[in-house]
Design a protein around this ligand. Sequence first.
Ligand code: PMP
Length: 317
Amino acid sequence: ICDYENGAWHNPRIEPLALIPTHPATMALHYGQAIFEGMKATLGQDGTPLLFRPEENAKRLNHSADRMGMPAFPEDLFVEALKQFVALEKEWIPTQEGSALYLRPFMYADEAFIGMRAATSYKFIIMASPAGPFFSRKIKLYAEKKYVRAVNGGTGEAKAAGNYAAAIRPTEYAKAQGYDQVLWLDAHDFNYIQEVGTMNIFFKVDGKFITPSLSGSILNGITRMSVIDLLRHKGYEVTERPITMDEIKAAHAAGLLEEAFGTGTAVGIAMVEAIGNNDFTLTLPEANPVSHMVNDTLNAMKVQQEADPFGWIVPAQ
Ligand code: PMP
């Protein structure tokens, strides 16, 4: 936990989980200056706690902070705080395959003030909670045709609480229809594919991978950037470019849509079983060989069972 007052961050400390007194005028509750990150800590073969690309989360937090008119958090302090925290809470890091200690760094405006302006005081906090594996479940994606998650010039690129607030109702609707998550399409004509509720998305079409380019309105996923590098390292062609739902339907009709998976810290790799809504359904092939390879490779790297040629794994000591 760390406090921002009088233009600077003060008093970084580790303390037991406790309630935080909340004034009813706490600005984050009214004006939504609240941003967060999601990360995971694992244990290496010798029991060393490990983090995955924490400096990328530090950069993204500050990118979100900038968009939301919030102060930057020192990136070296972000990484150092995580290292000290996971080293201290090492016994909470699960060891089953695909499990990890989920870490939630977040920042919010804690000034009590009524009026629309940037707050002058903030809190930065890291919480942790053990999380199990997700990979064996396949997901069905609801191609959203009424609501949008993000528009050009909006906050889609920031990991801001308000983006998730806007996504809750559509997600509940998708679940009620038998889907797991929303596949967000663009605001213009509900055709360009953006991302999934808490994941970025990849398609394997005719042996090659495509993923929507960072248009300014989708989250720059750290799993996404890692999977792009990993697939290329394994010899696959990966292209980041605008992708339409029409194109994916045509690829499916031609029998060329081979695999699709979501990528995100919480779920890792999530194989897509079907994409649809009340108008159409695309059912994907049963076998997901590359999704398995990517999932297994990332999991093995995160516990140092497999070499890390990229320098992604950061020991916390
Ligand atoms: N998109 C959204 C909307 C998300 O919430 C997440 C999870 N942070 C992602 C994509 C994936 O990002 P990452 O790989 O950094 O977890």
